[in-house]
Write a protein that binds this ligand. Structure first.
Ligand SMILES: Cc1cc2nc3c(=O)[nH]c(=O)nc-3n(C[C@H](O)[C@H](O)[C@H](O)COP(=O)(O)OP(=O)(O)OC[C@H]3O[C@@H](n4cnc5c(N)ncnc54)[C@H](O)[C@@H]3O)c2cc1C
Length: 496
């Protein structure tokens, strides 16, 4: 253990994770902490990670970030959910929106009322009862007083890091340019003492955040923490990314299009579109993936496609000795539900909440690792669900996904929903009931029965109940302007 108080935080790496951490520590704890960030201009950031989820609001509120200013600075658009195309089967689509479905009652969720409505032919698709879902389909968006749409953003990752760097430096964080050559450990404790840069400069610290991306220079190369491999559940291990000129109006959702050996993303920004193909190298070569992606983008490419290799899984400990892995150094689940930046933010806020005052103790480390593991396990299950619960058998990749072993926890969730339409949120669940319901139904799992309380309503009452919610949703959404028109007056990018 380390007895001395923590006074110096050293962040290794200046990608999204590094600058998020630097901005948060400098702004929120910087009066008593010395925050420095080491990065090398010679080592590029991974340069992807442009779709977010609504929890980013929490991080921005903590940092006092104003939405309009942040959106204009990062060419951001709004995101109300993800359109999953070809996932259940070829030519079958659904939307996982960030919104709430219909109206629950004390005994059960809205899906039970909807289910009976469908059986009786008096209900329509479940998204008709959710404003975020309907607004996605209609390409509308608005921020209005007393009417908070659950939204996130599509942003330019490079500009976001720059935006956060300004905040970090304004609050006293120091940037050190240089390539980390050696990580120096204390002979007795094995704790990290310092980093030696290629220039010979030595950067000393008390607590080190490893934000060096997939390299994991501190957490793995120096501390040999180990990795839990999830590739048997999440077999995609490669991605190719390319940016293109915009050809159409930016939609307020991410597109995720299932392909023969993986899936393709399309993320619309104000000035361009981010595209990528996530694929499994066992079934597709890098060259084929590049060709496939270029053949399936709209708009002229504005950079050269880049292939990124990874192994899905998680670090065995996210906090080891005096080093905390934040960002891709901590593991990688998969970008399907845009959970990367959320996990960085959780690691940073969790660390600040558990930050020891007088030295590091094992109880804090264990608590941090236990909370992180529970959160990652739940997200992993949610992602596996999309791949496993499919009718697709048209390629080796999809046949593997459909028949692969899944975790007991996911099996239980699927059985519970399939039998009785029930979903329970676990304490560490990032994705709430509405998310699980939309994806399970979207992927084709329709519950066998609805809750008996639904029969308290006559068919006529049920029809009125469902009709009232559907009409109210449609009326509300019809008032909102076109997504891009709204952006134009609300947060138009300064430089396009
Ligand atoms: C294909 C793909 C798609 C993704 N999509 C999303 C998404 O849509 N939404 C989402 O939330 N997340 C997504 N992510 C996850 C994540 O948000 C991004 O990958 C994120 O940009 C990674 O940031 P990072 O800071 O961990 O790593 P990096 O961007 O790789 O940054 C590493 C930093 O470490 C520095 N560094 C490394 N070695 C040294 C050294 N020896 N000396 C000095 N400096 C060094 C580099 O210079 C760099 O600054 C995606 C990830 C992948 C792989």
């Amino acid at each position: 253990m380390m007895d001395k108080p923590i006074k110096r935080i050293v962040i290794a790496g200046g990608g999204t994770a590094g600058w998020m951490a630097a901005a948060a520590f400098a702004k929120l704890l910087g009066k008593n902490l010395d925050v420095s960030l080491v990065e090398s201009d010679d080592i590029p950031t991974v340069g992807v990670g442009e779709a977010t989820i609504p929890t980013l609001h929490i991080f921005h509120r903590l940092l006092g970030i104003e939405e309009k200013e942040f959106m204009a600075a990062t060419n951001a658009t709004f995101k109300l959910g993800i359109s999953f195309e070809n996932w259940k089967d070829v030519n079958q689509d659904y939307i996982h929106s960030f919104g709430f479905l219909g109206q629950d009652c004390w005994a059960c969720g809205f899906q039970h009322f909807w289910l009976k409505g469908m059986q009786k032919g008096i209900a329509s698709e479940i998204g008709d009862y959710c404003p975020e879902h309907l607004a996605s389909r209609q390409g509308r968006f608005a921020v209005m007083a007393n009417q908070d749409l659950n939204h996130a953003y599509h942003l330019d990752a490079g500009l976001y890091a720059k935006f956060l760097r300004n905040i970090a430096e304004k609050h006293g964080a120091k940037r050190v340019e240089g390539k980390i050559k050696d990580v120096n450990l204390d002979d007795d404790s094995g704790y990290i003492k310092s980093l030696t840069l290629a220039s010979g400069e030595v950067v000393e610290g008390d607590l080190f955040l490893d934000c060096t991306g997939f390299r994991g220079l501190l957490i793995e190369d120096a501390l040999h923490t180990g990795y839990e491999d999830w590739s048997h559940y999440l077999p995609c291990d490669s991605a190719v990314a390319v940016q293109t000129k915009s050809t159409e109006k930016a939609v307020p959702y991410t597109r995720s299009i299932a392909r023969e050996s993986g899936w393709q993303w399309r993320i619309p920004l104000q000035n361009r579109t981010g595209n990528g193909l996530v694929f499994c190298s066992k079934y597709m070569s890098d060259d084929d993936a590049i060709k496939f992606l270029l053949d399936n983008v709209e708009g002229e490419p504005i950079n050269t496609p880049r292939v990124i290799k990874y192994k899905t899984g998680t670090r065995l400990k996210h906090w080891n000795k005096n080093c905390i892995a934040v960002g891709l150094s901590s593991g990688f689940i998969e970008p399907l539900e845009s959970t990367g930046i959320h996990l960085f933010q959780r690691a940073i806020v969790r660390l600040m909440q558990l930050l020891p005052n007088q030295g590091i103790n094992q109880a804090d480390i264990d608590e941090f690792n236990q909370q992180t593991k529970a959160e990652c396990d739940n997200i992993r299950d949610f992602i596996i669900l999309h791949y496993h619960l499919t009718d697709r058998t048209d390629s080796k990749f999809w046949r593997y996904c459909k028949s692969m072993p899944i975790t007991d926890s996911l099996k239980h969730r699927m059985d519970l929903f399939g039998k009785s339409g029930r979903v329970y949120k676990k304490p560490d669940d990032l994705f709430g009931e509405n998310s699980w319901i939309q994806v399970m139904i979207g992927q084709g799992l329709i519950p066998e029965q609805y809750h008996p309380i639904v029969d308290q309503m006559s068919d006529e009452e049920l029809k009125l109940f469902l009709g009232r919610i559907k009409e109210g949703t449609a009326k509300k959404v019809a008032q909102w302007p076109d997504h891009l028109d709204f952006i134009d007056h609300y947060c138009k990018a300064k430089v396009m």
